[in-house]
Design a protein around this ligand. Structure first.
Ligand code: ATP
Ligand code: FE2
Length: 326
């Protein structure tokens, strides 16, 4: 069985094709990079509308299959930016109708976790999901994926990108700050903001900008932001793992590619006799393969959607999904 998934919740539009054992046959994407300022939902949607058909063709070419080989169409139903979600849903509906195959709407956050379960050896992990828009600790409990901790203001990746923008770095700034941090070693004072299993980053953003204005070197700032922010994330992940009794931790989202974060979470895991899993980088970021795989799992478990069920949901919560496939 082959599933084709279309992702388009924010900056990235992606198309992935996976088979029934989570082998990724294709995973291609395009991304809108804002010239200045943040992402504009309408512009991103226009970008996705133009990019999606060529990406569909490219994914089929990479997989070496024709459209008739596809058994299910899956798409990101939410959470995300309304115009982007609607654009991708429209493409998915048109494709499913043309190919006469079932369509499945997928929760984006759940897909980050499922692709990790599908492509690594973990079975029942706590997911530390760290991207631009999202920062959550998610785990399976009583038939649902539940959010045990999350950011109370902005996502970690958003904080890194905003800080980068203010100091003149190109978008996305996360990977650039990671490189700069390697040449920093002085820990500058930044607020460590953990409340129970939740975190907050806007205070750190403001404080870091203030230090920059006072002449702090970018390398020290990048180093300090990473040390403090990642320590916060590691702490809440550990607390969630202890609370729900999980001995596996999975990383997901674009920031999960950061080596320093991997090192800190990996250290925490081994200290408590747990294991850490990190999917390949192009399955950590927003991607179509994770949508395809989750849609395939849902379909196999008997989930069926009429076109009326495919309405997008900008605020689609992780724990709204009845997880019937595990
Ligand atoms: P979502 O819609 O799930 O919030 P997103 O649109 O932010 O996702 P992702 O591709 O998951 O997309 O993540 C992008 C974020 O990851 C950006 O904020 C980027 O700066 C950050 N990022 C990517 N690589 C690294 C890295 N090596 N270190 C730190 N941050 C990184
Ligand atoms: Fe994401």
């Amino acid at each position: 069985m082959l599933a084709l998934g279309i992702e388009g919740t924010a900056h990235t539009v992606g198309v992935g094709i996976v088979d029934g054992s989570c082998r990724v046959l294709a995973n291609v994407y395009g991304m809108i990079k804002p010239e200045k300022g943040g992402i504009h939902p309408r512009e991103a949607a226009n970008h996705h509308a133009e990019a999606v058909v060529p990406l569909l063709q490219k994914a089929l070419d990479v997989a070496g299959i024709g459209p008739d080989a596809v058994d299910i169409i899956a798409f990101s139903q939410g959470p995300g930016l309304g115009p982007c979600l609607r654009t991708v849903a429209t493409a998915a509906r048109a494709l499913a109708l043309t190919l006469r195959v079932p369509i499945v709407g997928v929760n984006h956050c759940v897909a980050h976790l499922e692709i990790g379960r599908g492509t690594t050896e973990c079975e029942d992990p706590a997911l530390l999901y760290v991207s631009g828009g999202n920062t959550q600790v998610i785990a399976f409990s009583r038939g649902r994926y539940r959010v045990f901790g999350e950011t109370l203001d902005i996502g970690i990746g958003n904080m890194l990108d905003k800080f980068g923008r203010e100091v003149g770095l190109p978008f996305p700034s996360g990977p650039i700050l990671e490189k700069l941090a390697r040449d920093g070693s002085i820990l500058l004072p930044l607020p460590y903001s953990v409340k129970g299993m939740d975190v907050a980053f806007s205070g750190m953003f403001t404080a870091a900008l203030g230090l920059r204005r006072d002449g702090a070197r970018l390398e020290e700032l990048a180093f300090s932001i990473q040390e403090v922010a990642f320590a916060m994330l590691t702490e809440v992940t550990e607390r969630a793992m202890a609370h729900i009794g999980k001995d596996e931790v999975l990383l997901g989202g674009g920031v999960a590619r950061n080596r320093r974060l991997q090192e800190m979470v990996g250290r925490m895991a081994s200290d408590r006799g747990a294991r850490m899993f990190v999917p390949p980088g192009d399955l950590c970021i927003d991607n179509g393969a994770m949508i395809a795989w989750t849609g395939l799992e849902m379909h196999r478990a008997g989930v069926r959607m009429s076109l009326d069920d495919t309405v997008v949901d900008q605020r689609f919560r992780t724990d709204e999904v009845a997880v019937t496939w595990r």
